[in-house]
Design a binder for this molecule. Structure first.
Ligand code: G3I
Ligand code: 9MR
Length: 599
């Protein structure tokens, strides 16, 4: 008895120690999903000394590449650059004295599944419908929030629709970890997803996500967008064209499944921000759905009518801000859900005017675009959408009338200038990314800044053909998938160390161990407004994978959209990355590294 226990113990010890020998260190930070065969490949190594690093096969039997660590300025970290290694397979980086990195793949279409899952996540966010196992797998669930009897809140009361009027406003996507539906945030989300379709239509035709509409003639990204767009149409008051700011509970639902959340829902005050964002998206959707008149008859016209009347309402009410505290002083019930308040609407007005101009060609909209057109754009966020107007102008400029060309040159120049500020100094930063170019990159939803910077860089590549922008865009995807100061891959279900406990009600309440996949969490946020325990307060490390952390670990539709765009665009453009690497020397004798042996 004793002898056999001893043997068992010995066996256990042997297997534990070989497990330990193979344990992956957190000190080597890299994209945990992988790399394109001919693309750039970098890992950042913490706590290392100068010396060699190795690329080893997953079974640890072969060393396939040997390189030298390069120090970063400030000597805070070392970079292992193995771009010259191009053979497909599964590998780890090994650094003597440090250990073995998380495994990664080298292969073509290495981010295809990330892109697909990031888009599919919107299906999981659908309100008012059941998600059957056929489409949702282990995350199938019953329908929640029918939104067929929504109440007009006193703040939204009008003669035609007095307080308490019951309205129909089903479908749409849940905003985030909560179950409310906010027009402003839907605006930038749809604008970004529709921009992906307009910039990469052929790629979008191939991007299939196994949703109920996958078998129809529309690309899935459009079908998914229509789920939210049809809800959005119902947020407009047909009597005057104004758009309600949000459809919301009075306070956030408990951490329960959608079907178990039954609180009354309200349409609150109309706002200029919501109405302008609505106008922009409807104008954009109108020109896109016009190409599919056979599949969605009449929709293009409905969208354009909606956009036009929204624009007119906003012209008549240019500064009607949604200020929740003010409303709560006057009206009941008190509303305590997300505010999405914005006091500067010049960018929303520019965006709406631009989309309407591109769709209709009417000179009045071109005039309305002045003078905001002359302002330098910023990386987009829910409250700052000027860049979305610039993306649209850059896309359509070649088809616009000659008299506009001089003025619109500014757009291209400014987008390139913005991209240049993102690229500048990247090599000096510890993680070698545009992300972190300013300390203010790290705020609530910082990961969306990384993704949106990536979108700016893709735009700059499209305008200039300069591959430096494309590589910088990939740097930010590498950041999101693990080459960052936390060591997490920030997309649920991807990489070896992804978030397990996102602030996402269905993931918390569904009794499934794995969270809903394809969701980008908010990321490092030194503001720590949730009051949870964080392992670090450093701006780039202030992240905690805990359910309580809505300020760093929530998910949101406006954060996922630039991830969908960035990962899809890189998939669509990956050949250009290849050529760039080959041009800069395909040599297996590149300084600093050598291919040791084919696996
Ligand atoms: O505007 C000020 C700026 O003037 C100031 O310099 C800066 C310094 O902190 O703060 C800026 O305000 C920030 C605001 O976002 C605008 O960027 C606030 O600090 C910050 O707390 C606020 O965070 C927002 C958060 O809601 C709280 O309102 C996030 O951007 C926004 O993504 C998030 O959205 C929530 C919804 O309300 C509800 N649904 C979930 C969703 C995701 O968490
Ligand atoms: O779950 C809510 C999340 O979606 C919001 O982003 C966040 C900030 O508005 O608030 C969360 O709800 C919390 C509320 O603000 C305070 N009480 C606890 C709630 C759930 O954690």
């Amino acid at each position: 008895m004793q002898g056999s226990l001893g043997l068992l113990g010995l066996l256990l010890l042997i297997s534990l120690s070989s497990l330990k020998a193979q344990q992956h260190t957190d000190s080597i930070r890299l994209n945990q999903v992988g790399f394109y065969p001919h693309g750039p490949k970098r890992a950042v190594v913490l706590g290392a000394k100068p010396g060699k690093f190795f690329i080893v096969t997953a079974d640890l039997h072969h060393t396939v590449y040997t390189g030298y660590l390069r120090t970063t300025p400030g000597k805070k970290a070392f970079v292992a650059d193995f771009s010259a290694f191009q053979a497909a397979g599964t590998y780890s980086v090994q650094v003597p004295g440090i250990g073995l990195s998380h495994p990664f793949q080298v292969r073509g279409q290495v981010h295809a599944e990330v892109a697909r899952a990031a888009l599919k996540s919107y299906y999981f966010q659908r309100a008012s419908t059941a998600l059957p196992p056929r489409y949702a797998g282990q995350w199938s669930r019953s329908a929640g929030h029918p939104d067929t009897a929504v109440l007009v809140h006193p703040s939204a009361a009008s003669v035609a629709r007095p307080s308490g009027t019951v309205l129909h406003s089903p479908r749409g996507w849940y905003d985030a970890g909560d179950y409310n539906k906010y027009v402003v945030n839907s605006g930038i989300t749809l604008g970004t997803l529709l921009a992906l379709y307009e910039d990469f239509p052929a790629y979008c035709e191939r991007l299939r996500t196994n949703i109920p509409e996958s078998t129809n003639q529309l690309p899935d990204v459009l079908d998914e967008s229509l789920w939210n767009l049809r809800w959005l149409l119902s947020m407009q008051d047909p009597h005057d064209g104004g758009v309600y700011h949000k459809l919301t509970n009075a306070s956030f639902d408990a951490m329960v499944m959608p079907a178990a959340a039954r609180s009354p829902r309200y349409l609150v005050q109309k706002s200029t921000a919501a109405t302008l964002d609505f106008a922009a998206v409807m104008a954009q959707a109108s020109r896109i759905t016009r190409r599919f008149a056979a599949q969605v008859p009449g929709l293009a016209d409905s969208c354009l009518r909606a956009a036009t009347s929204a624009w007119q309402w906003a012209e008549a009410h240019p500064q009607l801000h949604y200020r929740q505290a003010e409303i709560n002083r006057k009206a009941a019930p008190v509303i305590s859900t997300g505010e999405y308040g914005d006091e500067d609407l010049s960018d929303e007005a520019l965006w709406a005017a631009t989309e309407l101009y591109i769709t209709t060609g009417q000179a009045a909209y071109f005039e309305a675009m002045q003078p905001a057109l002359r302002q330098a754009p910023a990386v987009p966020s829910w409250g700052q959408v000027q860049a979305l107007a610039f993306y649209t102008l850059a896309r359509f400029r070649p088809q616009l009338p000659t008299h506009t060309q001089q003025e619109l040159k500014f757009v291209d120049q400014q987008l390139l200038a913005l991209a240049d500020t993102l690229v500048a100094g990247g090599a000096q930063r510890p993680y070698q990314t545009p992300m972190g170019h300013r300390l203010s990159d790290f705020n609530w939803g910082s990961n969306a800044n990384a993704a949106n910077q990536g979108v700016v860089l893709i735009q700059a590549f499209r305008l200039s053909g300069n591959r430096q922008y494309l590589r910088a865009a990939l740097d930010n995807l590498d950041y999101l998938l693990g080459r960052n100061a936390t060591g997490y891959s920030f997309v649920t279900g991807f990489g070896s160390k992804p978030p397990q406990f996102p602030h996402h009600r269905p993931s918390a309440a569904d009794n499934v161990v794995a969270p809903v996949p394809g969701l980008l969490v908010g990321g490092p946020n030194p503001g720590r407004q949730d009051g949870c325990q964080y392992p670090s307060q450093q701006p780039d490390q202030a992240y905690v994978d805990q359910l309580c952390s809505y300020a760093s670990n929530e998910v949101a539709i406006n954060w996922n959209a630039p991830l969908v765009y960035l990962s899809s665009a890189l998939e669509a453009l990956a050949d250009n990355l290849d050529a760039a690497t080959r041009r800069s020397g395909k040599s297996q004798h590149k300084p600093g590294g050598q291919v040791t042996r084919k696996p």
